[in-house]
Structures are given as C-alpha cells and as structure tokens.
Design a protein around this ligand. Structure first.
Ligand code: GLP
Length: 251
C-alpha cells in the first residue's frame, strides 16, 4: 500500500486525476470502478478539464459505479445516477452503453444485484477502482458488519451513514434507508485500487482502516490485503497517522 499525503483537497484531486488518466493512457478500454460522495468531485472536474484540452480520451472506457440508493429515480438530484451524469459523464466522451450504475429503482432488487455482479464479471472485473471512505469505514455502501459481504447486495444503511449523508437532503427523513452496493469481492478483485480521503473528519477512520486490524466492522480495513492500493489523502485526513506509519510523504 502506498500512502501519498498531499497538501490539500485540490492537490489530492489533481494527483488522483493524473493516476486515472495514466491508467486510460496505458489501457484505453479500462474498466473503471467509480465512487460518488463529496470527495471525488474535484477529481472529476480535473478529469473533465483534461478531456477538454485533449489530454485524455474516455471513448473506450467502461465504468461501474459502486452503489446507488434504493428508490431514488435519476431525476432526483441525490441519486448517484444523477450525480454521475451531472458531475462527470455528460461532460466527457464516454459511450453511454459503457456506463453501469446499479438500478435502485429496479422492481426486483435481488435480481438487479445478481445481474450487476454478472455484468462486472462479464467485463473481466475492474481494472482500476476509485474509493472514498465513510466516517464509519464503509467503502461503496459496504457498511460495518459481522462479515464482509462478497457480492453486490442490498444494504440497510447505518444510522451514521444516514446522518452523514443527510447533509445533501432537505431533511434526514428524505435519506433513503436502503442502497445497492457492489460487494467486497469485486472491489478487492480490482487490479488497482485508489482510496481518497480529505478533511479532519476522516482522520481517525483513515488511521483505523489502514493501520489497525482487518475487520468487517471497518470495511475499508480489508484493503490492507490488496496487493496494489494507492491511498491519496490530504494533510487533514492524515492527521492521526503516526509518522512511523507513513511509507511515502509528498510535501
Ligand atoms: C457515501 C458513498 C461512498 C462514499 C462515502 C464518503 O455514502 N456511498 O461511496 O465514499 O459515502 O462520502 P464523502 O466523500 O461525501 O465523505
């Protein structure tokens, strides 16, 4: 695991975007696993800017989003489908047939989960997976649990997640209680993983996930077992990591 500490959110985002563009340069038809939330927003902006100046071409990439709320249609601004089109897809030359996002409106969610899993498998798995981290250590919507959930699954969202994500909604009651999430198998099966975290509020969970025991109660801790993880965090998110633990500092 390489841990890169950037000065701030902006430089973290630039570094992340450059890793993704390098991946696409090396493999134009890369299968990218994509994340939502506030953390990757600036990274998407950087990628759009790179696309506009001709530095990156998305025409052949295939994407799989990590997760989606259950019961929010695309028109709803808090649906992750809306987020992805608004913040990324409609600004780049991606082929819409290559975009995959779990359908939280599917009449049969179990079926949707197994079909999503099969689609990832049919594409040969993820080449490059982008992750954020929840305050409770979740990745995608893999919530703290007694066991890691391998496959794409229906999630009952944690109180903590509902409360954290309520900042995007009018009231906390508007936050969906369920979501569909890619499971740990597809995430850990990715050839490369990029984990991003920014801000003081993530400092403690970043320390726990990267430097404490591997446990399904902190789902991101499983990343310690992956052979090719790059963690890019800003100084605030690195605040709880002891100097002896850092294998690479970027000042
Ligand atoms: C959300 C998403 C995650 C995201 C996380 C952190 O609930 N499901 O994929 O990584 O929470 O979000 P943020 O980046 O806004 O802190």
């Amino acid at each position: 695991m390489r841990v890169i500490i950037e000065e701030n959110y902006e430089s973290m985002s630039k570094r992340a975007a450059s890793l993704i563009s390098a991946q696409i340069l090396l493999k134009p038809n890369s299968v990218l696993g994509l994340a939502t939330g506030s953390t990757p927003l600036r990274m998407y902006k950087e990628l759009i800017n790179m696309y506009k100046v001709g530095a990156v071409d998305f025409s052949e990439i295939i994407t799989f989003n990590l997760d989606e709320y259950v019961g929010l249609p695309m028109e709803e601004i808090n649906s992750y489908k809306h987020y992805m089109y608004d913040n990324f897809f409609r600004h780049i030359n991606i082929n819409s047939d290559n975009i995959n996002i779990p359908d939280g409106m599917a009449p049969d969610i179990e079926k949707e989960c197994s079909e999503y899993e099969a689609k990832i498998h049919a594409r040969g798995g993820i080449d490059f997976q982008v992750l954020g981290i929840g305050n409770n250590g979740h990745i995608g919507f893999n919530e703290p649990d007694l066991k890691f959930k391998a496959a794409t699954h229906l999630v009952e969202l944690d109180e903590e997640t509902i409360s954290a994500n309520s900042r995007f909604f009018n009231t906390i009651e508007d936050v969906p209680k369920q979501a569909v999430s890619m499971g740990i198998r597809a995430i850990m099966g990715a050839k490369k993983i990029l984990l991003l975290a920014s801000g003081k509020c993530k400092a403690e969970v970043v320390r726990k996930a990267l430097y404490e025991g591997i446990t399904p109660e902190v789902p991101a801790s499983i990343l310690q077992l992956h052979p090719d993880v790059t963690v890019i965090i800003d100084r605030d998110a690195a605040a709880c990591i002891g100097a002896g633990n850092i294998n690479m500092i970027n000042i």
